[in-house]
Design a protein around this ligand. Structure first.
Ligand code: FES
Length: 311
């Protein structure tokens, strides 16, 4: 597997100077494995990744606890006790959703030290925040208002530190972003291979204007989709082919070979789809603007490849 870039600054310190976080990561991985492990049912995992949304679900869900607790702090300042207490409790519900979606996103990104350790610390801080906010909620209900406010204020401080780490994971380490986002598939017909270079059923990696493409001859048809897995950049041309689908060799995302659609996560974005033309023994491709991909059920794709006979 290609070496991923390390984070910088505080993130780099966490990666290199806090190896004890591997122990935390191991406990987390084992705890979440029944729901999020590679052998767990696909549908719940796909929901938690955000396959249906086309983006990381965690990024959307975290706004619930952060928004509720920020508003609670404001209402505390204004002396609106009922509203503040309600929002502290509502934030706890949102924190449950943020925890499970965050774990889903992290669970498949732990092959490297940086995301494993930064993610473990991010989770530890979030668990601490949840404990502080739960304590605040209980104290508020018991009438110990000042202590409750102090705990939630402390929780907000830890939330900000943890949110910074979340940003480091997304923007420093690329966890949750589309790893094919900066590839520009050519829209003009581009020669990529000789037809006789394509062995039946064996994927071949080619480049079209610098963009990696998976070419696959299946009997009389030729498929062409982006070769960069949108999850973390895995090489789809090294993936397992089963019918009209390819499974990424790194963390098991599944894409449709006929239109690039995402079938299963942890990726949340499709790969590029290409039209294929065969003429004079040469294979040419161009981005398939008519069918750019999407999320489909297994076996639901429509063919967009060419006939290997050259028609
Ligand atoms: S890189 Fe993770 S599933 Fe492809």
């Amino acid at each position: 597997m290609a070496k991923r870039p390390t984070t910088v600054g505080i993130g780099q310190k966490i990666t290199t100077e806090m190896p004890w976080l591997d122990g935390v990561a191991k406990v987390m991985e084992e705890a979440f494995a029944p729901l999020l492990g590679q052998d767990a049912p696909r549908e719940p995992r796909d929901f938690l990744y955000g396959v249906w949304l086309g983006h990381s679900l965690h990024a959307a869900v975290v706004t619930a606890p952060i928004g509720a607790w920020s508003a609670a702090a404001l209402f505390d300042l204004l002396g609106e006790e009922d509203a503040a207490d309600l929002l502290v409790g509502a934030g706890l519900l949102g924190a449950a959703g943020a925890t499970i979606t965050g774990a889903a996103q992290w669970q498949d990104a732990t092959n490297d030290d940086a995301p494993r350790r930064v993610g473990a610390l991010h989770a530890l801080l979030n668990y601490s925040v949840t404990g502080l906010m739960a304590g605040s909620w209980l104290m508020r209900r018991q009438g110990r208002r000042q202590a409750g406010i102090a705990l939630s204020a402390l929780g907000m401080g830890v939330t900000l530190a943890s949110a910074w780490l979340g940003g480091e994971l997304a923007y420093g380490l690329g966890i949750g972003v589309d790893h094919a986002a900066f590839e520009t598939p050519p829209t003009k017909w581009t020669d990529v291979a000789a037809l006789d270079e394509l062995a039946d059923g064996k994927p071949k990696r080619v480049e079209a204007d610098g963009v990696p493409v998976l070419l696959l001859r299946q009997g009389d048809a030729i498929r062409a989709i982006g070769a960069t897995c949108t999850h973390l950049g895995g090489p789809l041309d090294e993936g397992k082919i089963a019918g009209e689908a390819v499974t990424c060799p790194w963390h098991g995302s599944v894409f449709c070979l006929t239109n690039g659609a995402l079938i299963h996560g942890p990726a949340t974005a499709p790969v590029a789809a290409y039209q294929v033309r065969v003429a004079d023994g040469r294979v040419a491709i161009r981005a398939n603007a008519e069918e750019p991909g999407g999320t489909i059920p297994v076996g639901g794709g429509q063919g967009t490849g060419a006939s290997a006979s050259g028609s």
